[in-house]
Write a protein that binds this ligand. Structure first.
Ligand code: RB5
Length: 146
């Protein structure tokens, strides 16, 4: 699975840690930056990454900032993106099974690396269960097209 990984300065250390973690697990990672702890504006990182996920160039995306909130708001502006900011394993699994989330956002200032790694692993392994949830996802897609 090809994963788009990105961050702003607030999520730089977590992004670097997750990059090593994912590569060790055998995932293919495309790093959209940022590449240093210097200050950047997260929309500049998020939009190219989210477009590539929406276009299928990468199957999933993971984006880190200080809280995971700003990058989630930005990613959800891109048509076809369902970004979920999850800081617990229950929500991470549900965001895949019920919401078919294609981007996970995380806050480096909110959780530690160990929990972030566990959330990422669960999120990557969980699958959309469709059924009644597909009807709801389709309503969101229809709304996006208006
Ligand atoms: C950067 O200071 C911080 O605002 C950003 O990383 C993020 O938390 C925004 O939502």
């Amino acid at each position: 699975m090809k994963i788009a990984l990105g961050c702003d300065h607030g999520g730089f250390e977590l992004k670097e840690d997750l990059k090593n973690f994912l590569v060790e697990l055998g995932y293919e990672v495309v790093d959209y930056g940022t590449h240093s702890p210097d200050m950047v504006d997260y929309p500049d990182i998020v939009f190219p990454l989210a477009r590539d996920v929406a276009d299928g160039k990468c199957e999933r995306g993971i984006i880190c900032c200080g809280t995971g909130v700003g990058v989630s708001i930005a990613a959800n502006k891109v048509r076809g993106i369902r970004a979920a900011n999850c800081h617990d394993t229950f929500s991470a699994r549900a965001s895949r099974e019920h919401n078919n989330a294609n981007i996970l956002t995380l806050g480096e200032r909110v959780i530690g690396k160990g929990l972030a790694q566990e959330i990422v692993q669960i999120w990557l392994k969980s699958e959309f269960i469709e059924g009644r949830h597909l009807r709801r996802i389709n309503k969101i897609s229809d709304y996006e097209k208006q």
